[in-house]
Ligand binder design. Structure first.
Ligand code: SF4
Length: 222
């Protein structure tokens, strides 16, 4: 099982970002259909005033990670079950890595807070299901989806990437969007220092991947 990563970054003022991409009613209706709804502290319904929370930050910095699967991995996942298992393992691994890197980035950008992609699955069973507080509040980050943002439009408009889905086989790539809420756009050198490369519309980097400078870091399961 192998894949390589490509990072792109972008940023937008919060006010414009919300005006362009937030539709809470529409997207929270989708969240209600999800099994993670009300069962993860990272997911809706959020336990605070979303408007107050978001207006604390003037800018939304975005990180788009594209996970390219190698041919062998796509070929080997030749049943629906294998596709699900392989896709989950790869995406989970990259997602946790991005969460760690973005939490480290928070320390370099005072007053910032990172957002993750999808629901939190750090614990086998989320404490929310038992009516208890989050077990790892220092690590858990809310999902961008939880705020009612249109991730498909964000991915297309800001990164010119089409989201692909599993059909008869695994897709050529998966896409994850994470965020960093902050007072200002994150300078490129800060992204670089976090191992998250440079990009946005300016291009793609492989700077985060010392093992393979041309093709990106190749990850295989431990
Ligand atoms: S860290 Fe654990 S308790 Fe907290 S949201 Fe994630 S799964 Fe739930």
């Amino acid at each position: 099982m192998g894949f390589r990563l490509e990072y792109r970054t972008s940023a937008m003022e919060m006010e414009q970002f919300r005006r362009t991409y937030q539709d809470r009613e529409r997207f929270l209706a989708c969240c209600r259909e999800c099994p993670r709804y009300e069962t993860r502290w990272s997911c809706p319904p959020l336990s605070f005033d979303v408007d107050d929370f978001l207006t604390t930050y003037a800018w939304v910095n975005l990180l788009c990670a594209r996970i390219f699967l190698d041919d062998e991995t796509i070929r080997a996942a030749d049943t629906a079950e294998k596709m699900q298992t392989t896709g989950w393992e790869i995406v989970s691994r990259v997602k946790l890595d991005l969460e760690d890197r973005l939490r480290a980035l928070e320390a370099r950008v005072p007053g910032s807070l990172s957002l993750s992609s999808g629901g939190c699955h750090r614990c086998g069973r989320c404490a929310r299901e038992e009516g208890r507080p989050c077990r790892q509040p220092e690590k858990m980050r809310y999902s961008l989806d939880a705020f009612g943002f249109d991730l498909t439009a964000i991915t297309q408009d800001l990164f010119q990437i089409e989201i692909l889905w599993c059909r008869e086989h695994l897709p050529e790539y998966f896409t994850l969007i994470h965020g960093l809420l902050a007072a200002a756009p994150v300078p490129e050198e800060i992204w670089e220092a976090a191992g998250l490369g440079r990009g946005g519309k300016r291009g793609v980097t492989d700077g985060a991947f010392p093992e393979n400078k041309r093709g990106g870091r190749r990850l295989t399961p431990a």
